[in-house]
Ligand binder design. Sequence first.
Ligand SMILES: NC(=O)C1=CN([C@@H]2O[C@H](COP(=O)(O)OP(=O)(O)OC[C@H]3O[C@@H](n4cnc5c(N)ncnc54)[C@H](OP(=O)(O)O)[C@@H]3O)[C@@H](O)[C@H]2O)C=CC1
Ligand SMILES: O=C(O)[C@@H]1CCC=N1
Length: 270
Amino acid sequence: MPGSRVLIGCGRMGQALLAGWTARGETAFVIDPSADRAALAALGAVVIDRLDDLAAVPKPLCVLVAVKPADAQAAIAGLAPWLGPGDLVVSVAAGVPIAALRRALGAAQPGVVRAMPNIAASAGAAMTAAVAEPGLDAGRRGLCESLFTCVGEFVWLADEPLLDAATAISGSGLAYVFSLGEQLAQAGVALGLADDVAARLARVTLSGAGALAARGEASLAELRAQVTSPSGTTAAALAVLDGPGGLGELIARATTAAARRAAEMTPKVQ
Ligand SMILES: NC(=O)C1=CN([C@@H]2O[C@H](COP(=O)(O)OP(=O)(O)OC[C@H]3O[C@@H](n4cnc5c(N)ncnc54)[C@H](OP(=O)(O)O)[C@@H]3O)[C@@H](O)[C@H]2O)C=CC1
Ligand SMILES: O=C(O)[C@@H]1CCC=N1
């Protein structure tokens, strides 16, 4: 990649991306006062303690902003003096619109992208959706894609409001699947299994479902049908899950709440 990757904020999401990048031979300069220096050094990342040191980092800069939504504008504003028209800022902060990022950048004129990955990046299995500022050139669109395609799949969305939907489905979605696994394990215990056995059955079932889905050879509906023998055990369970107040209704309510929360977190743009 020409230029340098700079990661601002190396918490759960930033670390997941960094782990995915370094596993594929990419590296990055990291800015995070709370960063675990030894862990980052082990990954081959270069920790930047003083923003002044960015002057010596090879340009153009491709800055990935992975701080909490409430910290995003301040983090970007602090970086603005080191950013120019050839650089790119990609924010993964949920609910923080491009206009707010642009506002924080002031006179600095880098390209801006808003993206929503998920922490499966650390396993090379992320799903990322993104929206580019209108007019962003093909070169920097490609640069943005490369940040995420090296750790999973990537899709451009046409309109920025759709990012709140992507946040609700794939950004947060891993947590729903893990929650389903936890519930499965608890149900196993209720049916008489030992804790560790129930946890193992649930975990391996989740990873097995993920492995089959990842092959992409059959739709999710076809995979479900392959498990469901007529009048069998799965059909008995699905009749409950598909019933009134069942999984479909719950997921619709949960994802609506997530998308609404993303909109609530949106800072006011002056
Ligand atoms: N976690 C997830 O699954 C996903 C998260 N996201 C988005 O990623 C962003 C980060 O989330 P997450 O990783 O979970 O949060 P974390 O709190 O785990 O990580 C944020 C990190 O940024 C640091 N930080 C705060 N201010 C600055 C600053 N000015 N400069 C550099 N570093 C700073 C924090 O330090 P300190 O703790 O000391 O404040 C912390 O280490 C959020 O905006 C979230 O919406 C997007 C997709 C998925
Ligand atoms: O929970 C959150 O707000 C972040 C955004 C998507 C996943 N985690």
